[in-house]
Ligand binder design. Sequence first.
Ligand code: CU
Length: 154
Amino acid sequence: MKFTISLLHAKPMPSALAIVLCAALYGVQAGAAEHVIQAQSTKFSPLVLYAEPGDTIRWKNMVGHDAQSMEGMIPEGAEHFHIPLGENGGVTLEQEGVYVYKCNPHFSLGMAGSIVLGDSSNMDEVEKNAKGMAKRVVIKTKLSLKNRAAAEQQ
Ligand SMILES: [Cu+2]
């Protein structure tokens, strides 16, 4: 009887393998997440995208649109990006913070969006530098952050 029990306990292989597999799957998911932003008419959807450092963000349905990060509205030290007009391009972002970008042809109609990469510690700086239609995106980003924080508390 005792022998049987110790035999059962001496079979750690399946669970060990499962842990390794889970770790591998989790590693792939956490290290290389991809997000898609759709250009729809004169809007980006989602307007506020949440991602983590190292994630790749791709823009789709970009016929007639571009996506350019805005001066003074990205984290300090981060590189600017510009998805060219008409291209379903992407960017991998590393520096944590809020990035505001615009569509140049439709910016006067308010076509802009934001990416919150990890945290929003540069939100005040972004807000300070927001001009014209960019203010609308800042307001919507702040509202989204507030709603998200409230949802996390529940
Ligand atoms: Cu556009």
